[in-house]
Design a protein around this ligand. Structure first.
Ligand code: ZN
Length: 609
């Protein structure tokens, strides 16, 4: 209980941990899960995220303690410390719980809610997009409504075909299924009509002032002369935007309030001239709407009832509603949620693209990035992303949880399906030679050639301690092994167990003879038996079965806002040859190292411990 070392209301925190762990246990047949409890605590108390590493052992202890109680004991304690969690003597159902994570939408009618996810195809989708799209889809399903994916592709200078595909691919990976997929660029001529309508009702005007002047006037709240010209003049100027004016010579501006305290309302741009080939429309158009104009009109005509967007757009809501008001169009309800990003991992393309260009990361799928392709490549599972997003809930407070929270959820998802393999790092490796092994024989071994020489045998090892469906593998074993130097360095004269094989007595270390490459010293050992004993367990890779493997270990990309030059470690290791037979994309667990995704034959990316 004492010494969590977070120097704050420890008593309150312990009570919170206990309450959440109890609730989690009661909801899951008496078994709480430490990762879920951790995620929930961080969601409820974002101020604790910096202390999560200190809290994890405490949480694990509380969870263990609670899991030893009977479910009735758990239930009655929960009733005492949090009666509101019990509904008429029972704990709320999963669906009710989800309603707490995602609170009911205002004015939502079952069967007619429409949500949308409107990404601009100007980069690869990242964890922040995952949050938006998952919440949008969950709400649509919760109300048996519809969910639209709309590419907001109205800035051709920044958009690429590659990014449309990346977004579709990311959503497919997350198992998000839109009911409708559309592009704002398909509606561009309709958007022109709304622009003209807006000019007609004196809601917009074409400004031909210089960009510098516009900027200065907006800052000081001064109206320009264009604003007071007549409607016919603006209609004419508008038509000249399509063929006469050069880029930056004219923009269509909303007639807002140049003295508004919300600077967004100071006659913002609605359309501008961009001469750039569009990834879908080619060179057919040169007048393109801004996000502000396109989003409000599109949401309204698409039937969106609840427009969810991240909090950074909060100041733009006034404009969103004002455009629709001026046009007399139906207004969706706009709701904000907090952005999601990880500590030390940039999400914005403005920061990622220069990293790629300078070669500081190896592309959008570099495992140090929070893009969906990178998370996937690192071995994070889409179910874990969804669970993680929902565990944080629909909060307005900004969330920057440590990556460890996602790792903890992911570990639970992959643990039962990851093949356990041995590996020995080359920077911590020694050869172990078993003398006179030929004298011994055993049931567990079968000779490879049917003869009596067992200098090379084949052993069968289970691929997972509990999941039989993962099968087993055959390993060729001679009398030499690679073992971790740190495990045997101080073991001279002691017995150790080669895991899943047999026991040996370490007899001597020969640093002088047979020195191959620098790490290849030898220790000699003597076979002592098969029975599992209480001795040090050491993993091994048979020299007869070893292949060279490479493991990339991603670490936090930025530390205190500066690039971490050591953010990607390359570990060279001996691994079992079976590792090269595991399908690319599968997850393996290297014993005492961590979970890794198979990235290429004999190349692995570490997911997490
Ligand atoms: Zn002007």
């Amino acid at each position: 209980m004492m010494g969590m070392g977070i120097g704050m209301d420890e008593g309150d925190i312990l009570l919170l941990i206990r309450r959440i762990a109890l609730r989690n246990a009661v909801e899951h047949d008496g078994k709480a899960r430490a990762d879920k409890v951790t995620a929930k605590i961080i969601a409820m108390r974002p101020d604790l995220r910096g202390s999560v590493k200190i809290l994890i052992p405490t949480i694990a202890g509380v969870v263990e303690e609670i899991n030893r109680l009977s479910i009735d004991e758990q239930r009655s304690e929960l009733e005492v410390i949090e009666p509101s969690m019990m509904r008429e003597g029972r704990v709320e159902s999963e669906a009710e719980h989800k309603q707490h994570v995602l609170p009911p939408l205002p004015n939502a009618v079952m069967g007619s809610v429409v949500t949308r996810f409107p990404p601009e195809p100007n980069g690869y989708p990242h964890i922040g997009h995952a949050k938006a799209v998952i919440i949008d889809e969950e709400y649509a399903r919760m109300y048996r409504g519809r969910f639209i994916l709309r590419f907001d592709d109205t800035n051709p200078a920044k958009e690429k075909r590659e990014y449309y595909d990346a977004i579709l691919d990311g959503l497919r990976w997350l198992n998000v299924k839109p009911d409708l997929i559309k592009n704002t660029s398909d509606d561009i001529e309709l958007l022109y009509k709304y622009a003209e309508l807006l000019v007609e009702v004196d809601g917009a005007y074409v400004c031909t002032c210089k960009p510098d002047t516009i900027k200065r006037n907006r800052a000081s709240g001064i109206e320009c002369e264009c604003r007071s010209l007549g409607r016919d003049e603006h209609m004419e100027r508008w038509s000249k935007m399509f063929n006469e004016y050069r880029p930056n010579q004219a923009i269509l501006r909303f007639k807002g309030d140049m003295r508004s305290s919300n600077t967004v309302m100071r006659d913002p741009t609605l359309f501008r001239i961009i001469e750039h080939e569009h990834p879908l429309k080619g060179n057919r158009y040169r007048v393109w709407p801004t996000y502000d104009f396109a989003a409000s009109i599109e949401d309204s005509i698409d039937g969106v009832t609840h427009a969810l967007r991240s909090k950074e757009y909060e100041l733009r809501n006034e404009l969103y509603y004002a455009i629709l008001d001026r046009l007399g169009m139906r207004k969706p309800i706009v709701l904000e949620f907090s952005r999601l990003e990880f500590e030390g991992m940039p999400v914005s393309k403005r920061r990622i693209v220069p990293l790629i260009e300078k070669g500081l990361v190896r592309g959008w799928d570099d495992p140090r990035l929070p893009t969906l392709v990178a998370l996937r490549r690192r071995g994070i599972q889409p179910e874990a992303v969804r669970e993680f997003v929902l565990s944080l809930g629909f909060t307005k407070a900004d969330t920057k949880p440590p990556f460890e929270v996602l790792e903890a959820i992911n570990r639970k998802v992959i643990d039962a399906h990851a093949i356990r393999l041995f590996m020995v790092r080359k920077d911590d490796c020694i050869r172990l030679k078993v003398r006179e092994l030929n004298k011994h024989n055993t049931d567990m071994m079968r000779r490879e050639d049917g003869g009596s020489d067992i200098s090379t045998i084949v052993v069968r090892i289970r691929n997972h301690p509990t999941n039989d469906a993962l099968g087993s593998r055959e390993v060729r074993v001679g009398d030499e092994f690679y073992v971790p130097l740190s495990d045997v360095r101080d073991a001279i004269g002691r017995e150790i167990r080669l895991i899943d094989l047999y026991n040996v007595m370490i007899e001597s270390r020969d640093d002088d003879g047979r020195r191959g490459e620098g790490y290849e010293h030898v220790v000699y050992a003597r076979f002592t038996g098969y029975e599992v004993k209480d001795v040090k367990k050491v993993q091994w890779v048979s020299v007869d079965d070893a292949i060279d493997g490479v493991v990339l270990v991603p670490r936090q990309l930025y530390i205190d806002d500066s690039y971490n030059a050591e953010s990607l470690e390359t570990v060279h290791a001996y691994v079992e040859s079976y590792a090269s037979k595991v399908a690319i994309g599968s997850i393996v667990q290297f014993v005492r190292f961590g979970f890794c995704r198979v990235d290429a034959p004999a190349v692995f990316i570490m997911s997490h411990k």
